[in-house]
Design a protein around this ligand. Structure first.
Ligand SMILES: Cc1cc2nc3c(=O)[nH]c(=O)nc-3n(C[C@H](O)[C@H](O)[C@H](O)COP(=O)(O)OP(=O)(O)OC[C@H]3O[C@@H](n4cnc5c(N)ncnc54)[C@H](O)[C@@H]3O)c2cc1C
Length: 379
């Protein structure tokens, strides 16, 4: 990189950093923007290790950023996909119940959804479920027509393309190692490691921290006490298993159980992929360090979780597929935590925006998050 001072640096080229880069690249007057990522290209971490579901916004507490940005974000995302030919499908989702407790959970979901402005949910009885999905087992269900699936790689490639076309510079294979606040004229000096192991620095007026699993560490590099600020993230792995191809056409919609307590995850569900595969997952396992392995022995738990509503699943046919890691603000057993998207002037760090705890539904929210970042920083 030759530039030594730019208007704006974005750390992290996952779907969120890319959406922020694309959004801010349209600012007038134009700003010089650098998008830095430690990996060799965009989307090598959480953004390419998820369910690729466009969520409807029915789970999150009313008034939360997750609820608001998801409801806004899904519509923005559907429009973006249509405009730029990103593969997606508004396939709909069925949330099934097979016990009194699960029935009650669906009733709660209906009111949470309504409070979030999602009014398209339909209640289904057993016969209606059988008509939509003859191979699943459920006493009753909720149908969400505005849930869909997306090719997240194509989405990220388009966001990157749009940002670069508007003049954003991408700097892959650059690991941000240190951040200094500049006393004289304000702003930040970002130190990074080059691909050849040498180090360099670049100054900027505005800094957007979209570092995903490392966002808390990047906030700490800016001098924030992340424990006191409530920014400390917990790593929570989600593993996936695939079902054999001959089962792939048994299901047309996404099928979910009711969500887990405290929204640790949405429960092991079945998703169809745009290339016609069926996958089960994710589970939720807290980790001390990043580890993307899938334990084949967990197929037993997946089978137990799924057999109730997916009677066609057999334990020995589940194949380990991949895992993703959620940057969660809530630790094991702790209550719901919202996204943190914070402009940090009140901490004496003007021009810095931290995005912390951007777990699900972060993919759905990428464009709405980018718009929020723009309004926080540039009105
Ligand atoms: C199992 C699982 C399932 C999910 N399913 C869904 C779903 O179906 N729908 C949905 O809407 N959301 C889902 N999500 C959430 C969604 O995937 C994330 O919210 C989203 O991908 C977060 O994107 P990001 O850009 O914030 O982070 P990332 O994709 O993690 O990107 C962060 C980037 O920052 C870079 N970086 C970090 N530190 C540094 C540094 N020091 N220097 C340089 N670069 C750095 C990394 O290299 C990385 O590329 C799921 C998540 C998981 C884990």
């Amino acid at each position: 990189m030759t530039t030594d001072k730019v208007d704006l640096i974005i750390i992290g080229a996952g779907v969120v950093g890319l959406a922020v880069a694309a959004e801010l690249s349209t600012l007038k007057p134009k700003r010089s923007i650098v998008l830095i990522d430690k990996n060799e290209c965009f989307g090598r971490e959480t953004s390419s290790r998820n369910s690729e579901v466009i969520h409807a916004g029915i789970y999150y507490p009313a008034g939360s950023l997750k609820a608001r940005l998801c409801v806004e974000g899904k519509e923005l995302l559907y429009r973006f996909c249509a405009k730029w030919d990103i593969p997606f499908k508004r396939c709909g989702k069925i949330i099934v119940a097979n016990s009194t407790e699960e029935d009650e959970s669906l009733t709660e979901l209906l009111s949470t959804a309504a409070a979030n402005g999602v009014n398209d949910l339909e209640e289904l009885n057993r016969a209606q479920i059988k008509r939509l999905e003859p191979h699943i087992n459920a006493g009753c269900a909720l149908y969400s027509p505005s849930t869909g699936i997306i090719n997240s790689h194509s989405l990220m490639a388009r966001l990157e393309h749009n940002a670069l076309q508007n003049g954003v510079l991408s700097a892959y294979c650059h690991l941000v190692t240190k951040i200094e606040t500049l006393e004289t004229n304000g702003g930040y000096r970002i130190h990074f490691k080059n691909p050849d192991g040498t180090t360099d620095a670049i100054d900027c007026e505005h800094l957007i921290n979209c570092a995903g699993l490392h966002a808390d560490r990047v906030a700490a590099l800016c001098g924030i006490d992340i424990t006191a600020a409530g920014y400390k993230q917990h790593l929570c792995k989600g593993e996936y298993f695939t079902l054999p191809q001959n089962k792939a056409n048994l299901i047309k919609h996404l099928i979910y159980p009711p969500p887990l307590h405290e929204l640790t995850g949405l429960g092991i569900h079945v998703t169809t992929t745009l290339d016609g595969r069926l996958r089960l997952g994710p589970n939720a396992i807290y980790l001390d360090e990043e580890d993307y392995s899938v334990n084949p022995l967990h197929s037993k738990d997946f089978y137990q979780a799924a057999k109730n509503f997916l009677p066609f699943v057999e334990e020995d046919e589940l194949e380990p597929e991949m895992a993703g890691i959620r940057p969660k603000l809530s630790g094991p057993g702790e209550p719901f935590r919202d996204f943190i998207i914070s402009e940090e002037t009140s901490r004496g760090l003007p021009g810095l925006i931290n995005l912390i705890g951007i777990e699900s539904p972060g993919l759905t929210c990428a464009i709405s998050i980018a718009r929020l970042v723009k309004s926080l920083q540039f009105g």
